[in-house]
Design a protein around this ligand. Structure first.
Ligand code: ADP
Length: 479
């Protein structure tokens, strides 16, 4: 079976969030299961500047309404990886500092950039004669691909099946209909039953409607997105596809996220030998000029967006700062929160530290050096932060939604098996209560140690998830 996985970001090439982790890890795991998947992503500046043994394979010419653009397909690989990776190159679109935005604002030509990406990806697959049985698309940036396979390229790929995975339904790729001609699709496709969405046209809707199978990244989120509360306007069409909609929990890549081998952290440790974790905390406090006085350290590593719970954090900020602990936040995103957190950090230097950037190494050091990991998301398709923090013996405090509900059982509800602290209602009060429970538990060293070790022994490996994807591919393949 030949599988091509297409995404707009993938580790180690380019990353803004969890999608990159998935697109990096899934091909590796499938390879170990006997499939040789091909990965395809844009040729971003980050890739151009990396060391990936790049070879230019051929040109691709794409019709974009009244004009046509000629880009290229390149191949590359990273040290030691067996995964064949193809890149779609077009400098004017992808040789930029950001993947999707600049200074927190989306590039105003994203509609062109990702139409070009979708169409070139299909062209490239055809020109390179890859003959895939399955094309696995991810998120809105690839949403036009299942549509192209059913329309402009139907004769070229009569037997190819598509899987479309929703990593976050809030990002939809909806654009003004004046851009529709760029897609090269017929105006017939611009209807409510098809790609139209409240007067605009929608990449994600095209993916959801036209893919043979739709998946999302946790079972709970698969249910939630069929409701108006979490459906972002797409719940109706998702209910219609209920029978072909699956939730498959992401795993984490334990070759990257492992405290016993992690090279970014000052001391290695494991569930059997935790002293290294104390050293990680000591160093983290020292580097951030926070007092080392035995109080719990609460860490956050996250995109700074309302989705991640920042509205209730801001609402409850006085109560949060009133608690007997320290905070360290690493993240970037919404500018209005940047300003606010800078101010809070200046006012409470011994209590609250913020790093407004994307920093892989620091992320590892925070996962390792914190005692508690706070993730109070309004919604969370899967969430990797809580799984990573478990691996590092950092106890998660999360809201029970999406993948957070599927991975973290509350210690109070399940004293023998719980690995974190959870709250249901999305309010600052319930969040603060959960955080308070965690801080109280921290002061009972024997109980805390049990929770930490239990969490570290949890395994959310990619193997299980990859097996589930593989069984979906197999089912489609047989059809
Ligand atoms: P999402 O994809 O919605 O942003 P996830 O929890 O699924 O959230 O994945 C986030 C991933 O990005 C994790 O690997 C997390 O460690 C990483 N990450 C988020 N923000 C930063 C940051 N500022 N610096 C480094 N890594 C980050």
């Amino acid at each position: 079976m030949r599988v091509v996985i297409i995404a707009s970001e993938a580790v180690p090439f380019a990353k803004t969030g969890g999608l990159a982790d998935v697109a990096g890890a899934l091909p590796k795991e499938l390879y170990d299961l006997g499939i040789e998947p091909i990965l395809m992503i844009p040729y971003y500046r980050k890739v151009i500047n990396g060391r990936y043994d790049i070879k230019r394979l051929r040109k691709v010419k794409v019709n974009m309404g009244v004009t046509s653009k000629t880009g290229s397909v390149l191949s590359g690989s990273y040290n030691g990886s067996k995964i064949k990776t193809y890149f779609i190159g077009y400098d004017a679109y992808f040789n930029r500092p950001g993947l999707y935005q600049k200074g927190g604002v989306d590039y105003d030509d994203n509609v062109e950039r990702f139409t070009f990406f979708c169409r070139s990806a299909v062209e490239a697959i055809k020109e390179l004669d890859l003959q895939p049985d399955i094309i696995h698309c991810n998120d809105w940036q690839t949403g036009l691909i299942p549509k192209y396979l059913k329309t402009l390229f139907a004769d070229d790929f009569p037997d190819t099946k598509t899987v479309f995975t929703i990593h976050n339904l809030a990002f939809q790729g909806n654009f003004d209909k004046k851009y529709f001609p760029i897609t090269g699709l017929d105006w017939d496709q611009f209807s409510l039953e098809d790609m139209e969405f409240f007067g605009q046209f929608s990449f994600i809707k095209a993916g959801i409607i036209n893919a043979d199978i739709v998946t999302t990244v946790s079972e709970t989120y698969a249910e939630e997105i069929q409701t108006p509360e979490f459906g972002h306007g797409m719940d109706g069409i998702l209910r219609e596809r209920k029978k072909e909609l699956y939730g498959i929990l992401n795993g984490i890549d334990y070759s990257t996220w492992n405290p016993s081998t992690d090279e970014f952290i000052p001391a290695n440790y494991s569930a059997d030998e935790l002293s290294g974790k104390e050293e990680c905390k000591r160093r983290l406090l020292e580097e951030n000029d926070l007092p080392d006085d035995g109080k719990p350290l609460v860490g956050m590593v996250t995109r700074i967006a309302d989705q991640k719970g920042f509205d209730i954090i801001v609402e409850g900020v006085d109560r949060i700062l009133g608690m007997d602990c320290r905070y360290i936040l690493l993240g970037e995103g919404d500018i209005k929160y940047h300003r606010l957190f800078k101010e809070i950090a200046v006012r409470h230097p011994k209590k609250f530290v913020v790093h407004l950037e994307f920093d892989e190494k620091m992320a590892h050091r925070i996962y390792a050096g914190s005692d508690i990991f706070l993730m109070p998301s309004r919604y969370e398709p899967c969430g990797l932060g809580q799984m990573i923090s478990l691996a590092y013996g950092t106890v998660p405090v999360v809201r029970e939604t999406g993948g957070l509900a599927d991975t973290i059982e509350d210690v109070k509800e399940y004293p023998q098996t719980g690995v974190g602290f959870t709250f249901k209602r999305y309010t600052s009060r319930t969040m603060v209560e959960a955080l308070r429970s965690a801080i109280e538990a921290y002061n009972d060293k024997i109980m805390w140690n049990q929770i930490v070790v239990r969490g570290m022994r949890r395994e959310y490996s990619w193997l299980k998830s990859a097996q589930k994807y593989l069984s979906i591919y197999n089912e489609l393949y047989k059809k």
